[in-house]
Design a protein around this ligand. Structure first.
Ligand code: ATP
Ligand code: MG
Length: 437
């Protein structure tokens, strides 16, 4: 998919998602307003019902005890207006519960003219009750006094929210899933895109790397077939030599690719044996010396580890060293200055391969151990490679229960530190499978 098409799709999907979130919030707000309206209506109904009940009780004085005289009631339950508080309470509770309103709430009777409270079920909330929007006039009962029956709900604001809480929660969880899903899809897409770019770089590199030796071999064999060349032994040797060298180069490259397949499947088997790491480093450095000298560079050894015996697969260990040396030389554009050092740390031997080459940025340091990853400038054909070396190094070092550390600064150079457990820890510390020993 083209970058612009991808951006258009992501933008449209992002806008659609933002739209859905906005609409959800709009509906939630509406739902809360609706709940509040319903609540107001229920309170209004309950208060009206209570007033009606009081009105009906007014005519038969003392029958149900709501309106009494001082003669038939104890003084403290009677209000100045003649209402019996003891009878008012059950009436309010019944009316409120009939419309589904349950505590906590405060109710009372006050004069709307003078703001004088005649009765408040919880006097501490007088101020709130006097300002409550839930009131019903008692003018049908008390013609001149402008009395009001009022109710106040301390949790009024939360009631609407609580009534739709579970819906809100489900809605929120679904939205979070949707947003995370969206982000994850973009992330996976970009990752896949990067992987497919890396793969196509890899195929390009491989084709390029294979084409050169194949072309050289074909040219050299063509020359060999010529009678003039065949008749001269030196010429024939020269072309046979070229074919031989290029063939070895091809073989090495095929091995590299095959190794990748083995690493991927995790089916490589290690032939463990005691190895003198210093000896191995000296051997690898010797065969590398020539290449470094060709570039007028230097390869120094500082092997100061006192204990340098490891328990490892010698062939893979040599490959690890060669890969790191190869990188140190390849990524030193001028004169390579390479140092190999060793030292002991705890029960490990650490060997470090250091160069003063181009270095690696912090961002790239996170990725270079991934298979087929090459730093972008490294894709230039003058610095050849498949991006497999460090993937191989890391996988194999870890298979030996070791670890790789990298310190690098762009423009200053890189230092790869490999730490391996010492020989005497061998079988105890290595996770050997039966067929690996
Ligand atoms: N010593 C180093 N200095 C600077 N950059 C390095 C160094 N070693 C590795 N890199 C960077 O890390 C990338 C990955 O290295 P790796 O050895 O895995 O692949 P490669 O050298 O490109 O190819 P291969 O080793 O498969 O032939 C390289 O492309 C290079 O950009
Ligand atoms: Mg390499």
């Amino acid at each position: 998919m083209k970058k612009t098409t991808f951006l258009i799709i992501v933008t449209i999907t992002g806008i659609a998602l933002a739209g859905i979130i906005f609409i959800q919030f709009y509906w939630i707000r509406n739902a809360i307003l609706l709940q509040e309206e319903q609540f107001d209506n229920r309170v209004r109904l309950a208060l009206k019902g209570a007033v009606n009940q009081m009105y009906e009780s007014k005519s038969d004085t003392c029958n149900d005890g709501l309106f009494c005289t001082h003669n038939c009631l104890k003084h403290d339950s009677l209000l100045p207006s003649g209402i019996n508080v003891d009878a008012l309470k059950p009436l309010i509770i019944t009316e409120f519960s009939e419309v589904g309103l349950h505590g906590p709430y405060v109710y009372g009777i006050f004069s709307s003219n003078t703001q004088r409270a005649e009765y408040i079920s919880k006097p501490a909330y007088k101020a709130q009750l006097l300002h409550s929007r839930h009131t019903a006039s008692l003018s049908c009962i008390f013609k001149n006094d402008q009395l009001m029956l009022a109710a106040w709900f301390p949790d009024e604001r939360n009631r609407a929210f609580h009534s739709i809480f579970w819906w809100l929660l489900v809605c929120f969880v679904l939205l979070v899933i949707l947003v995370l899903g969206f982000i994850f899809t973009i992330y996976s897409f970009l990752r896949q895109k990067k992987i497919s770019e890396m793969k196509s770089d890899f195929v390009n590199n491989i084709t390029h790397e294979f084409k050169t030796p194949i072309a050289t071999i074909s040219l050299a064999s063509e020359m060999l077939l010529k009678p003039s060349v065949l008749s001269s032994e030196t010429k024939a040797r020269k072309y046979a030599g070229i074919i031989y060298d290029e063939n070895i180069r091809l073989k090495k490259q095929v091995e590299n690719v095959l190794q990748l397949a083995l690493l991927d499947r995790g089916t490589f088997s290690l032939k463990y044996a005691p190895v003198d790491l210093h000896q191995l480093i000296v051997k690898a450095a010797d065969s590398f010396q020539l290449l470094v000298k060709e570039k007028n560079g230097s390869l120094k050894l500082q092997l100061i580890a006192l204990n340098h015996q490891v328990y490892a697969d010698v062939m893979h260990l040599e490959n690890i060293i060669t890969n790191l040396l190869d990188n140190a030389s390849k990524y030193s554009p001028g004169i390579p200055e390479i140092t190999i050092s060793t030292f002991n740390r705890n029960d490990h031997i650490v060997f470090a391969i250091e160069d003063k080459g181009i270095g690696i940025s912090t961002e790239n340091q996170k990725h270079i151990f991934r298979k087929m990853y090459r730093v972008h400038t490294g894709n230039l054909h003058d610095v050849k490679g498949f991006g497999l070396g460090l993937y191989y190094v890391k996988s194999l070092v870890e298979a030996h229960n070791g670890n790789v550390n990298l310190h690098s600064e762009p423009g200053k150079g890189s230092r790869f530190e490999i730490s391996l457990p010492l020989d005497y820890l061998n079988n105890k510390s290595l996770n050997l499978k039966p067929d690996e020993s």
